[in-house]
Write a protein that binds this ligand. Structure first.
Ligand code: NDP
Length: 324
């Protein structure tokens, strides 16, 4: 074990949910330890998904908007100012079967855990699935987006494309028609996965057109998106689609693999919490943010749920032990 100390609060993740939980628990003198994660090629991102966006205009309190990374740096500074211990480390294993809870960093086969804590707040977020195109990451935030609610406004009178055939894609496309001149939904099969009501709405929208049996093979542009390279899945024929925006809406993956077998998960992989609280299936372990939210997935809802988790953890500690 790297430390003998038993922490009161250990927070896994450093997006809006985790850092809000850190601010609140730090201000409650609980000296939270935050494992903010480490960047990786598989989408891990300290600071969460806002680190991958450009301008955020819907976070209340910033009438002129704020850049996503700047907002998250401010969250972090605020948490540190009140005494949160934020470490650039990633948990590799947890054991919630007995208290204090055990968390490993580094070799998960190590017999001794790295950290012990009386409560754990899980805020490991979700990762938007991407298409893995050669130029997709480079143009993320420069025409490539995974969030229409966040970025749609920047595409007023633009021609844009949405990739996907589920409810998310149709919802995003319908929302985007408020701004865009036209929205082309690129569907890899000749039918949609989305619910009938969403299909009817999209099919009836004069600004939406469908490009069936088509996959996007690359996104082209120097500074921002200029066009897409496509391929017909039936004929193999390649083509181009001239758009200035590419919204990828092929689903999200909650970052819950660490908790498999430890916490109850929904069928879709998201953590189950006892609404309206942040309580998970293990007393003393709380969850907030996108890791347990498959509906709203907004920075402000994540921050709000982080506050709830902090208060739940504080009350649980009060009820179960007297901090040293
Ligand atoms: P889904 O998994 O339902 O759909 C993903 C879509 O993306 C599918 O059409 C899939 O194609 C397509 N896709 C996946 N990978 C690729 C790829 N590499 N290239 C091209 N297309 C790809 O995810 P959603 O995010 O749409 O929905 C998740 C859940 O959230 C669902 O249960 C949905 O009902 C729910 N939801 C509900 C909403 C509402 O009720 N208003 C709004 C948004 C989501 P294929 O069909 O060929 O597999």
């Amino acid at each position: 074990m790297s430390e003998n100390k038993i922490h009161d609060v250990l927070i896994l993740g450093s997006g809006p949910a985790g850092l809000t939980a850190a601010i609140y628990t730090a201000r409650a003198n609980l000296e939270p330890l935050v494992l903010e994660g480490e960047p990786s090629s598989t989408g891990d991102q300290p600071g969460g998904q806002l680190m991958l966006t450009t301008e955020v205009e819907n976070f209340p309190g910033f009438p002129s908007g704020i850049m996503g990374p700047e907002l998250m740096i401010s969250f972090r500074e605020q948490a540190v100012r009140f005494g949160a211990d934020v470490r650039t480390e990633k948990a590799t294993k947890v054991d919630f079967s007995s208290r204090p809870f055990k968390v490993w960093v580094g070799d998960p086969a190590a017999t001794e855990p790295t950290y012990l804590s009386r409560t754990v707040i899980v805020s490991t977020g979700a990762t938007a699935l991407m298409l893995d195109l050669p130029n997709e990451q480079r143009l993320l935030g420069h025409g490539v987006s995974t969030c229409a609610t966040c970025d749609g406004f920047f595409f007023r009178d633009h021609e844009i494309a949405v990739v996907g055939g589920g409810d998310s894609a149709l919802e995003e496309a319908t929302f985007l028609t408020k701004f865009a001149k036209s929205v082309t939904i690129v569907v890899r099969r000749d039918e949609l996965r989305a619910s009938k009501i969403m299909q009817d709405r999209a099919l009836a929208n004069p600004k939406i057109r469908f490009l069936w049996n088509t996959v996007v093979t690359d996104v082209v542009g120097e500074q921002s998106v200029e066009k897409l390279v496509t391929e017909n899945t039936q004929t193999g024929e390649s083509g181009e689609l001239v758009v200035t925006g590419l919204f990828v809406a092929i689903g999200h993956r909650p970052n819950t693999s660490l908790f498999d077998g430890q916490l109850e998960l929904k069928d879709n992989g998201y953590l189950i919490t006892e609404a309206p609280t942040s309580r998970t299936s293990v007393p003393g372990v709380f969850a907030c943010g996108d890791v347990q939210d498959d509906i709203y997935r907004q920075a402000i809802t994540a921050a709000g749920s982080g506050c709830s988790a902090a208060i739940d953890a504080e009350r649980w500690l009060e009820a179960t032990h007297i901090p040293e």
